[in-house]
Design a protein around this ligand. Structure first.
Ligand SMILES: CC(C)(COP(=O)(O)OP(=O)(O)OC[C@H]1O[C@@H](n2cnc3c(N)ncnc32)[C@H](O)[C@@H]1OP(=O)(O)O)[C@@H](O)C(=O)NCCC(=O)NCCS
Length: 314
């Protein structure tokens, strides 16, 4: 996580909002913001180096790097290539993958498929975002929700290891307009007019996104458990995408999880999009909340709309 903390009180000084509104409507108390000159590839590199160290591997062993992000350092080259250079993973292929907040599970599943097909042995999957670079800091509807950060995992073909048991993914392209950044692509390249119209900022229909999120995450979570032939009582920890405390609570309740099963850190980090469940996964491991053999259920949704769920045996 970047070091700089922006509290709700800080936001009260920027836009017409209040700690009370943000806390009751979202559960967010503070978020981290990258420093000037600190980019998505820097956050991704830090997370990658920690994963490499804890996984006990060398950068040269990595065959493939996938970075899930909607805030790459630049449209091209891929942020994954910048990370490859920074960590010295000379042998690795590298590309970025965009499925918004669902990106980390999408990227893990892609990595897993390369391993199962025996194409690659070691895959580095990173979720990394500098959302502060696309948030309109004058729009109270969105600026209170997002933060920056990164998380990473190493997937490797190891004897007696389990890891990702299943992942299911989907999309509802008819809802693409609910959450988007209209400017900067081929449809609307950057011009003085597009910048003045604020088209290079993230836009969202919060209410509609909320409804779709809860439905999609519950369906995905149930499907992932069905495929593994398990029920919620066998899951040690549910990690939902950390977008809004009310969404997290509704998903936990509809999946039949107890509050103790559901992991929450949205209060400290806000919504970090593709990095969100990766950061949460690291926290549940580092705090000893899960140990080897425990089952974890990840459920996510994001712009697209995209959704996904995964069951991991740690
Ligand atoms: C954005 C969200 C928090 C808004 O909560 P909500 O309960 O739906 O609130 P509403 O949209 O009904 O807004 C209620 C009022 O609060 C106002 N408001 C919005 N942001 C505000 C803020 N930061 N501070 C104070 N008031 C605010 C609105 O302008 C609106 O005022 P009005 O009634 O006078 O028009 C919520 O819809 C949400 O979390 N949606 C999902 C977003 C999400 O997860 N996106 C990421 C997808 S990966």
């Amino acid at each position: 996580m970047p070091e700089q903390v922006i509290t709700n009180a800080d936001l009260e000084r920027r836009v017409e909002t209040s700690d009370k509104w943000i806390t009751t409507r979202t559960g967010i108390k503070e978020r981290r913001i990258a420093a000037e000159g600190e980019y998505t590839s820097d956050l991704a590199t830090r997370a990658a180096m920690q994963a490499i160290e804890r996984g006990g591997i060398r950068p040269e062993e990595i065959d493939l790097i996938i970075v899930a992000t909607i805030t790459p350092d630049m449209p091209f080259p891929a942020t994954a290539c910048l990370v490859q250079h920074k960590i010295g993973a000379h042998r690795a292929a590298a590309f970025d993958m965009e499925a918004a907040c669902s990106g980390f599970i999408y990227a893990m599943e892609i990595g897993q498929q390369f391993i199962m097909s025996r194409t690659y042995n070691t895959v580095l999957v990173i979720g990394a975002e500098k959302l502060s670079s696309i948030v309109n800091w004058e729009d109270r509807n969105t600026c209170v929700l997002f933060g920056d950060g990164a998380g990473a995992v190493i997937l490797q073909n190891r004897a007696n290891a389990h890891g990702l048991l299943t992942a299911c993914m989907g999309a509802e392209g008819d809802k693409a307009s609910l959450l988007s950044m209209p400017g900067g692509g081929s449809r609307c390249p950057a011009t003085v007019k597009s910048v003045n119209a604020g088209l290079h900022f993230l836009r969202m229909d919060g209410k509609e996104t909320f409804k779709s999120a809860v439905n999609a995450m519950c369906t995905a979570g149930q499907e992932a458990m069905r495929r593994c032939n398990i029920d919620i009582s066998q899951i040690k920890c549910v990690i939902p995408h950390q977008a809004n405390r009310r969404i997290i609570d509704a998903v936990g309740e509809r999946l039949g999880a107890t509050p103790e099963q559901v992991f929450v850190n949205v209060d400290r980090f806000g919504n970090t999009s593709a990095a969100s469940v990766a950061i949460a996964l690291d926290e549940v491991v580092q705090t000893g909340r899960i140990t080897r053999g425990d089952l974890i259920l990840l459920v996510v949704f994001g712009a697209g709309l995209t959704w996904a769920a995964a069951v991991i045996e740690w």
